[in-house]
Unconditional design. Sequence first.
Length: 196
Amino acid sequence: MTGLVGCFGLQCQICAGFRRASQLLHFDLFRDGVGAKWEQLLTTAPGSWNQAKHCPIEVGATYFLGMTHAARGEFSAAATLLERNVALEGDLRYERFGTTAMRSAVSGAHSHLADVLSQLGLFDEAIEHAEAAVRIAEATDHPFTLYRGLIDLGRTHLRRGDLPRATRVLERGVDLCRTWQIVLGTPLVAAALGAA
C-alpha cells in the first residue's frame, strides 16, 4: 500500500488538481477491495493531501471507510467517519469528487449517515439528514443523488414504523429510478417499498 500511496501522491502533484487522482484511486481501490486499504490511506496519506482542505482523496476515503464499517454492522464507527464530510461548504457541497454522486449529500452530511443513524435508532436526526440530502439533490437537479436521498429517507421512515410516509417517499424513488433509468436503484427502492 505504501507504494500505492506514493504513486498517487506523485500523481496528485503532477495532475492539475486532486480530482483526476481521486478518480484513479477510487477505481483502483474499488477494484481491489476497500476496507483496510481506505483506512491505511487515511492514516498514511502524505502531508500535502492533508494540507488541501477537503482533498477529494480524503473525502472519498472517509466515505468508503465509513460505508465499510456500516456494512460490517459497526454503525457508531460509521457515523463518526461519515460525519467528517458534513463540513463541506460552498461549491464543495455540490462537488462529486470523481464519483457518481455529490459526497456531501450522499455520504457525510446526509444520505448514508441517515441510514446509519436510523440503524442506531436515532430517527429524528436520521430524518433531518435524509431530508437535507433530498434538498441538496433537488437544488442541483441530480437524479442519482436524489435517488440515494429518497431511499434512505424512505427506509428511515420504514424503520421508525411510519409506513404511510415511507410508502410516499419510496414510491417517488421508484418513479425517479424508472424515469432516469437508474438500474441499480430500481430493485433496491422497490424492495424497500415492498416492505412498507
